[in-house]
Ligand binder design. Structure first.
Ligand SMILES: [Zn+2]
Length: 236
């Protein structure tokens, strides 16, 4: 097994639809085990194959206090109700946002041996299934952000620290930075991709809880490194 690099937004592969697995061969087995190892390494709970650059319908899960799971060709067959949930994503290191998801889903998939599974899921499992199956369809949780909701810095610490650490947690810093809000126009340039599979995305992010002592230049630099800005207006 080996670790795979997690693709970070706005990598265009995150907007591509993954293709169904027709045969669970050694390459799919290796991919699945590498994805599980990568998931363990970063301490995440779910990972979809396009997040490691492979356009196959494979998802790995490791929910707290549960065994890990490999899901081949997973599908949501039915969903019930709606609820608001705080979401985070390994492809958006350090951020979280409030989205509307189902209360409950019915899902089905094949395991690594090709056995068929059917499950009614609630709570975190329902959330993770929706999140990861969205990934396989090129959909990201930021697409579901509730109006006026903020995509917040998950740790409430400086961007540089977050970018250096892909592991997410809810630890709140003792010293709350004071808040200033910055509006960013996030534009994924379609020219960078070879496909028309997905739409040009233009989203206004309201980034708050950034250290008040970071200058606009620091912020631009950090956003550039995170892939949110294609060019630095000012390179000094
Ligand atoms: Zn994700």
């Amino acid at each position: 097994m080996s670790l795979r690099k997690i693709r970070v937004f706005p990598d265009p592969i995150l907007r591509k639809k993954c293709k169904p697995v027709k045969l669970i061969d050694s390459s799919i087995k290796k991919l699945s085990h590498d994805m599980l190892e990568t998931l363990e390494y970063v301490g995440g709970i779910g990972l979809a194959a396009n997040q490691v650059g492979v356009l196959k319908r494979v998802v790995t899960l490791h929910l707290p206090e549960e065994d890990h799971r490999i899901l081949i060709n997973p599908e949501i067959t039915k969903s019930f109700g709606t609820r608001e949930v705080k979401e985070a994503c390994l492809s958006f290191p350090g951020y979280q946002g409030l989205v509307k998801l189902s209360m409950k889903v019915k899902s089905r998939w094949l395991d690594i041996n090709g056995s068929y599974y059917k499950l009614s899921a609630e709570d975190l499992l329902s959330q993770v299934l929706e999140h990861e199956i969205d990934h396989l369809n090129g959909i990201l949780y930021i697409d579901h952000l509730l109006a006026h909701e903020k995509l917040n810095d998950a740790k409430q610490i400086g961007l540089k620290n977050i970018l250096a650490d892909q592991k997410l947690d809810d630890t709140k810093s003792e010293n709350q930075p004071h808040i200033h809000d910055v509006d960013i126009n996030l534009i994924v340039d379609k020219e960078n991709t070879k496909s028309d599979d997905y739409e040009h995305l233009e989203t206004k992010l309201d980034l708050s809880l950034i250290y008040s002592d970071s200058s606009m230049e620091d912020l631009k630099y950090d956003l550039h490194n995170a892939g949110y800005l294609s060019d630095l207006d000012n390179k000094n």
